[in-house]
Ligand binder design. Sequence first.
Ligand code: AMP
Ligand code: ZN
Length: 113
Amino acid sequence: MDCLFCSIVKGDIPSTKVYEDETVYAFKDINPMAPVHVLIIPKVHISSINDVTAENSAVIAHIYEVAAKLAKELGIDESGFRVVSNCGADAGQTVFHLHFHILGGTKLKVEMC
Ligand code: AMP
Ligand code: ZN
């Protein structure tokens, strides 16, 4: 299967790593939308939120644990940040490997859509 983020996890495509453990990988977004823009992804291929099930959802809880840890390390826990996961065409998902955007370091727009 040809998946950009699986290739990043494998190291076949370079990325700026922010964090890694057995189940998740975090790296800087190549086209940052905010001063802090990090993507957290499961190492296992899950296409989108549509494919989250009782069998694989533990990694989602872990991703939020990592989000809290990284927000502290990146100095945005107190100022605030947003976690976004686009799912499907209407949300503008472009990479079909589940990912969570961590956005912060500035006052974010209030509009969500
Ligand atoms: P989405 O539009 O929610 O699917 O988000 C995909 C994100 O992946 C976008 O914010 C892109 O800038 C980012 N992206 C695409 N290719 C790379 C890459 N090679 N390294 C880091 N981020 C990437
Ligand atoms: Zn993948």
